[in-house]
Design a protein around this ligand. Structure first.
Ligand code: ADP
Ligand code: ADP
Length: 217
């Protein structure tokens, strides 16, 4: 049976960083809703244009288009064994839609929902120092996790840039949006007995170890 992991947690807590590590270790595909939107933006698709105004403000893209985008992605062959979902779902309506789409995929379900948390000051510090790679969304931090050479991705050699929405006003808005619309998903998955709380203030290595231990259970 396919295995689906939902990484929950506020912006900047380390979901993307961890998703890449555990994807390498488990072979499960990393599916990031933010990366998919940014890819659409880069390719100037209609979806990208629609998403841009929301992303620039730090607001959520409407559920219907977000759900359709994820459904299209996880029904591809490379997610046959499952996936690590990073940044989706972000609302209860998205979580319900995910449950339905997995059920249609031969009765799969969300097996595990790690909820990574850290205080707001840490999130702001991580987002303001984040550098992202243009080609594949690898992330670095200027002090916590610097690339070997400045502005170049260690993994694929592409250029590193600072996301527009990692600027301070938008960061504060994104954290508010998380608290107002997404944090409730901890209760959603707790009620379904899939929530596992992970302390996101630990080092990248220790968070990965905690996640991998959880996934093995
Ligand atoms: P998210 O996907 O949850 O928004 P990221 O994985 O992009 O978060 O991480 C945000 C920033 O914090 C990046 O610059 C990343 O290098 C850094 N980071 C991630 N995890 C940790 C950690 N455990 N300790 C210190 N810095 C971290
Ligand atoms: P973060 O690093 O904060 O976790 P993401 O890269 O996941 O950020 O998301 C960037 C932006 O893309 C969000 O602020 C939002 O506008 C949009 N977005 C990403 N995922 C979703 C989603 N599941 N629902 C609605 N909007 C989303």
């Amino acid at each position: 049976m396919a295995k689906f992991v939902v990484l929950l947690g506020p912006p900047g807590v380390g979901k993307g960083t961890q998703a890449k590590i555990i994807s390498d270790q488990t072979g499960l595909k990393h599916v990031s809703s933010g990366d998919l939107f940014r890819e659409n933006l880069k390719n100037k698709t209609a979806l990208g244009e629609l998403a841009q105004s929301y992303m620039t403000k730090g607001d959520l893209v409407p559920d219907d288009v977000t759900i359709a985008m994820i459904k299209e992605r996880i029904t591809r062959l490379d997610c046959e064994a499952g996936a690590i979902l990073d940044g989706f779902p972000r609302t209860p309506a998205q979580a319900d839609a995910l449950a339905n789409m997995l059920n249609e995929l031969g009765g799969a379900q969300v097996n595990c929902a790690p909820w990574i948390t850290a205080p707001e000051a840490i999130l702001i510090e991580r987002l303001s120092g984040r550098w992202t790679c243009r080609a594949n969304g690898h992330v670095f931090h200027e002090t916590n996790n610097p690339p070997k050479s400045k502005s170049v991705c260690d993994f694929d050699g592409s250029e590193l840039y600072q996301r527009d929405d990692d600027k301070s006003d938008t960061v504060v808005r994104r954290i508010q949006v998380y608290l107002g619309q997404t944090a409730v998903l901890a209760d959603y998955y707790r009620a379904r007995k899939t929530l596992v709380e992970i302390d996101g203030t630990q080092s990248i290595e220790n968070v990965s170890a905690a996640l991998l231990a959880t996934l093995k259970q």
